[in-house]
Design a protein around this ligand. Structure first.
Ligand code: ZN
Length: 503
């Protein structure tokens, strides 16, 4: 059936993504917007993709227009330099100078490159510049251990909500094509169009000196919000329906659209990563509209259809929304009582768990031959596999040491906590990012984990679940803790106690 654009009524036909491609949406619909109005929303899509890039990168979501999983950029706390984050790794984006030593008339510079390609590019550039230089015959590939990275993204805001509203509007038009063209959405569409214009002009953040066009767009947005009492008809929702079915996918997004025929309420709900929830009121349906609700779960990790979505329909309106008296009230109280922070923390914990299980699966596969190898061969293989996971093991080490430090501080032992700091000290000037002492700590942790895995393997206990325990949970902390603390406790003439090292 030929469709018209829900904004202008002209022929529709652009191939827009129903759920944004940047967030892993895989479905294209060609009957909701004309090319011009499909394009008009790109500023909003860009904005929400930017706000969620860290989460998408961490999870390994592949945008639909790309062949590679998402990469996000953050600041490395220690050096202030830019690092790129993906599900696979964290790495610097530029070459770094490790050391400079005067040698005769010139100097020897030790550099670290994020990858081989970057090293080649650098050499080319040096040659092109005509610099007199020679490479020293010392080239080695070493993993860099990152400490914390700093990633600042304000999530939500007027544009974030606008993007959520636009997504929901598109889903509604897909599921309720007649009502979407009945004029019932006019005010809502005016609002999404107005906020989209602000986003397109770079107005998602207040500029110091704003262009004429942006000032006009802001004023048009104010006018578009009048029918809603001056606030956006979309809001954070921190008390979504409790009886809702669980999302079909582990990190699935959910969009719910519906009409309650009893009073004509047209409503929408969005839950991103099954964690961040929003509600909105889209308008009032014509009298006599049937009651119906459609819920679509979207798997951002699905590579392609058909198993990327799960659709569910009911002839009732369990998800109808209650418009808050003050739209920001929910958010304000959620920030005050920590609900929003908890929602994020929860999501990050789930992401970490997901990463750990993925890692355990990969390690388990790599170690599968161990069962049939001689002890010596198994020792070599386990050592090699463990050696490839410095970042994860470093995580265990720091988690243990930080936990112990907190305990010591509470027990009024803060005078000796510098000993713990020394164990995990970073050194910006080293190729690995670690101080010499921290290198020793990491080596001890690796050796202890390897030894434990060898023992488990010999006893026939080294399965995927056990590997996850050792690589990221209590048992791993215990093993690593005993190993890294042994030299410290020797100084105090004590032997490690298991209740202490559990952290
Ligand atoms: Zn149009």
């Amino acid at each position: 059936m030929a469709r018209t654009c829900i904004v202008c009524g002209l022929a529709a036909g652009s191939g827009e993504h129903v759920f944004p491609a940047a967030l892993g949406g895989r479905r294209v619909n060609s009957g909701i917007y004309c090319p011009k109005h499909d394009n008009s929303y790109s500023g909003l899509v860009y904005e929400i993709a930017g706000q969620l890039d860290f989460l998408n990168a961490y999870l390994g979501v592949r945008p639909d227009h790309s062949s590679q999983p998402k990469t996000a950029f953050a600041e490395h706390t220690l050096t202030g330099e830019t690092v790129s984050i993906s599900a696979k790794e964290i790495r610097f984006t530029k070459p770094r100078i490790i050391s400079r030593t005067p040698v005769g008339e010139g100097e020897a510079v030790e550099l670290s490159f994020p990858d081989q390609q970057s090293a080649k590019q650098f050499i080319k550039k040096m040659e092109a510049c005509g610099h007199e230089w020679a490479a020293l015959p010392k080239l080695s590939a070493r993993p860099y251990i990152t400490g914390s990275v700093h990633h600042k993204r304000a999530f939500g805001g007027a544009c974030g909500l606008g993007a959520i509203a636009y997504m929901t509007q598109t889903f509604f038009a897909q599921e309720f094509p007649e009502v979407a063209r009945s004029g019932a959405l006019t005010d809502f569409i005016n609002y999404t169009q107005a906020i989209a214009k602000v986003a397109a002009l770079g107005g998602c953040e207040q500029q110091t000196e704003e262009r004429e066009a942006l000032i006009e767009a802001r004023s048009a947005l104010t006018t578009a919000l009048e029918p809603f009492g001056g606030t956006a008809p979309a809001w954070w929702d921190f008390s979504p329906p409790a009886d809702a079915r669980a999302n079909k996918f582990e990190f699935g997004h959910r969009v719910t659209v519906g009409i309650d025929g009893s009073d004509g309420q047209i409503y929408g709900r969005v839950a991103l990563f099954s964690a961040l929830s929003f509600s909105m009121r889209l308008g009032t349906a014509p009298q006599g509209s049937a009651t119906r609700e459609v819920t679509v779960d979207i798997d951002p990790l699905a590579e392609h259809p058909p198993h990327d979505i799960n659709k569910h329909q009911v002839l009732s309106a369990p998800g109808r929304v209650h418009v808050p008296e003050h739209a920001t009230q929910g958010l304000a109280s959620a920030i005050a009582d920590g609900t929003q922070q908890r929602a994020f923390t929860n999501l990050l914990q789930r992401l970490e768990e997901h990463q750990l299980l993925k890692l355990a699966h990969a390690i388990s596969k790599a170690l599968a031959p161990c069962a049939t190898l001689s002890p010596l061969e198994a020792h070599a293989l386990i050592g090699k596999v463990i050696d490839e996971q410095p970042q994860q093991i470093w995580r265990l080490v720091t988690c243990f040491v930080e936990g112990l430090k907190e305990k010591w501080t509470q027990g009024n032992l803060q005078a000796i906590t510098p000993i713990l700091d020394g164990l995990i000290a970073h050194d910006v000037q080293s190729a690995s990012g670690l101080s010499q002492q921290a290198e020793v700590t990491l080596a001890l942790a690796k050796a202890a984990l390897s030894a434990q895995m060898e023992e488990d393997c010999a006893a026939g206990l080294l399965n995927e679940a056990r590997i996850a325990e050792l690589m990221g949970r209590g048992p791993g902390l215990h093993v690593v803790g005993q190993a890294v603390l042994a030299p410290v406790l020797e100084v105090f003439g004590e032997s490690p106690r298991s209740d202490e090292v559990r952290g």
